[in-house]
Design a protein around this ligand. Structure first.
Ligand SMILES: Cc1cc2nc3c(=O)[nH]c(=O)nc-3n(C[C@H](O)[C@H](O)[C@H](O)COP(=O)(O)O)c2cc1C
Length: 155
């Protein structure tokens, strides 16, 4: 079974989890590259606004066509209680090409409906989900959760 991990990360937290998942699954990992500059205070403000308004952005064409993989594992940071704009864009542009899906997100808090929103946007039930707090990622308390998530994907 082939898996692909696809993620967006503005400040590196979600990237850490994406790389850990790809390492456990021994699979390809691809970063979604947004053409909009999201650095600094202005980038933060416009990202929040884009997310709240559920806008789309322009992303680079991905290297890996998702239809070549049995499971597309999608990771996003939470922005204003919803998925990040680059991940929303990726799902809207490629959802017709996914087979099975799994989702993960990172956020400050411990609650949000992001994973359910991703399910609705993809139109598919995920085989596994994982939600992690930024603090857990910083302190390294995510390895067991990542292993469990990967076990659900491969079972
Ligand atoms: C614009 C913006 C909005 C955010 N909104 C939320 C939020 O609603 N709830 C939350 O728990 N964290 C929120 N966060 C925090 C991020 O979800 C968290 O820091 C995440 O781990 C960042 O991932 P990254 O380093 O991969 O970009 C927000 C961050 C940004 C930049």
């Amino acid at each position: 079974m082939r898996q692909l991990v696809v993620y967006y990360s503005r400040t590196g937290t979600t990237r850490k989890i994406a790389e850990a998942v790809a390492e456990v699954l021994k699979c390809d990992v691809e970063e979604i590259r947004d053409l909009k500059n999201r650095t600094g205070l202005l980038g933060w403000l416009s990202s929040g606004m884009d997310a709240t308004l559920k806008r789309l952005t322009r992303i680079e064409k991905p290297v890996n066509p998702p239809e070549l993989f049995d499971v597309t594992v999608i990771g996003t940071p939470v922005w204003n209680s919803t998925m990040s704009t680059p991940v929303r864009t990726y799902i809207v542009e490629y959802r017709d090409r996914f087979k099975q899906v799994a989702f993960f997100c990172t956020q400050y808090g411990s609650r949000s409906s992001v994973l359910k929103e991703m399910e609705d946007l993809c139109g598919r039930k995920p085989v596994a989900t994982l939600m992690l707090r930024k603090r857990q990622v910083e302190t390294g308390e995510y390895i067991d959760a990542v292993r469990q998530f990967c076990a659900q994907i491969t079972r």
